[in-house]
Ligand binder design. Structure first.
Ligand SMILES: Cc1cc2nc3c(=O)[nH]c(=O)nc-3n(C[C@H](O)[C@H](O)[C@H](O)COP(=O)(O)OP(=O)(O)OC[C@H]3O[C@@H](n4cnc5c(N)ncnc54)[C@H](O)[C@@H]3O)c2cc1C
Length: 394
């Protein structure tokens, strides 16, 4: 019996949940920054998030350190000051934080600003008329609803709204389109106090001495993993697993990447049993709610940040964020990481404005730039700053 490969979906009438000034889709660093900034400026803001927490990779993904935070003012400084004052800042390079405290803090700041927050809500389709984005359809426990807005800000990381509205985009490196692997972070407890706070790879060298590099890499294909000590004694995050050739904006790939990431976490915990004298008798404390996706779509905007802009430390009249973090590429095919520095370059506001659509901005890792530029601006301090710039623009 032959099976149809496509089926028509009937059109239906949908409840309009609300009409706001600014609709922000995705509540990671960029979305949080955009929503809080616009709301503090008196805009009526609705923030839609697919997960159960604000913060994206900070909270759902179990990430630290907070890179490119220290040189930015505004919300970067505010978050750092709050976390420092409450004793939840420190750890690796004195720029790591407790993800649970971050979750509570982001709720408080967004609610204080008056943001209307919809959790466990998935953006499904943009509402577009004559090239203008006028709102979005979302789906949650209430069913399908429409939210209308004067301006939509796509902070999904993947550029879901822009792509579905017809924006052009790139994925991966020039030539073969290969992209960086995903990583399932995880939190461990029981780490020895004597293990040096800022020694991210020493334990790995000891492990490969015991088990041999070939065996270790055959199970977990990345040779520059990191232990990220957190402010609370004994707790650390591990950034090691690599799910390669899985694209975060493809539903099947994402599921396969998550399952592969968790298989590697199990293996990592087994491996830690061989180096108890180095790390301590560590145990698995927490798995993240999402796998970490390094790169998917880069939405083409009114300006495209080039490799030369990175190398030349270019500044712009409409610069909104200074990127200091170096280019950091987890290689798509090999087990290694390629890193190099630069003099610092700016992101212009035009990189947040899609080329041919109105009523829409993008902020966060999906803005308009090259494979190389993205590998530097993607860290969270910059995504937060981009969100603030978008929130100030509307
Ligand atoms: C493994 C890993 C380690 C990293 N390590 C560091 C680090 O140590 N320090 C650092 O500063 N940066 C680090 N980065 C980079 C950084 O985490 C990301 O680039 C950054 O979080 C991107 O911010 P964002 O707001 O664009 O996206 P995200 O943080 O990915 O947030 C996007 C949000 O949108 C939501 N969303 C997505 N699609 C939809 C939809 N359709 N409907 C509703 N909601 C949706 C998601 O649930 C999520 O909450 C790391 C990245 C990875 C993957």
């Amino acid at each position: 019996m032959s099976q149809a490969s496509r089926i028509e979906r009937s059109s239906m009438s949908v409840e309009v949940r609300n009409h706001c000034d600014v609709l922000v889709i995705g509540a990671g660093p960029a979305g949080f920054g955009a929503a809080v900034t616009a709301a503090r400026r008196g805009r009526k803001v609705t923030l839609v998030e697919y997960g159960c927490k604000l913060g994206g990779m900070w909270t759902l993904g179990l990430l630290s350190p907070f890179f490119d935070n220290r040189h930015h003012d505004g919300l970067n400084a505010e978050l750092r000051n709050h976390l420092q004052a409450s004793g939840h800042w420190g750890g690796l390079w004195d720029m790591s934080f407790d993800p649970t405290e971050m979750t509570l803090l982001l709720d408080e700041m967004a609610l204080d600003a008056g943001v209307d927050i919809l959790l466990h809500t998935l953006f499904t389709e943009p509402i577009v008329e004559d090239g203008r984005v006028k709102g979005c359809f979302v789906e949650n426990k209430s069913g399908c609803q429409a939210i209308l807005a004067d301006m939509v800000i796509d902070c999904t990381g993947d550029g879901d709204v822009a792509a579905r509205a017809g924006a052009r985009y790139e994925i991966g490196r020039p030539g073969d389109g290969a992209f960086q692997p995903m990583t399932m972070m995880f939190k461990i407890g029981g780490v020895k106090e004597e293990y040096p706070r800022d020694d991210i790879v020493g334990w790995f060298r000891e492990l490969t001495k015991v088990l041999g590099e070939e065996q270790v890499l055959s199970e977990i294909p990345f040779d520059h993993p990191a232990i990220i000590k957190l402010p609370r004694p004994g707790e650390a995050l591990i950034q090691w697993t690599h799910a390669k050739r899985r694209l975060g904006c493809d539903g099947d790939d994402l599921s396969k990447g998550i399952l592969e990431g968790r298989r590697q976490v199990r293996k990592a915990m087994e491996f830690f049993g061989s180096i108890k004298s180095v790390l301590g008798d560590v145990y698995l404390l927490e798995l993240p709610a999402v796998i970490g996706v390094r790169e998917t779509r880069r939405i083409l905007g009114k300006y495209y940040i080039t490799d030369e802009d990175v190398r030349n430390g270019r500044r712009f009249d409409d610069g909104i964020c200074l990127v200091r973090f170096g280019v950091d590429i987890h290689e798509p095919e090999e087990s290694k990481q390629t890193c190099f520095g630069h003099a610092g370059f700016e992101i212009p506001m035009r990189s947040l404005i899609p080329e041919d659509l109105t009523g829409l901005l993008v902020a966060g890792r999906c803005i308009s730039g090259s494979y190389i530029a993205h590998a530097a601006y993607r860290v969270t301090g910059n995504c937060l700053k981009m969100g603030e710039a978008a929130g100030n623009y509307v």
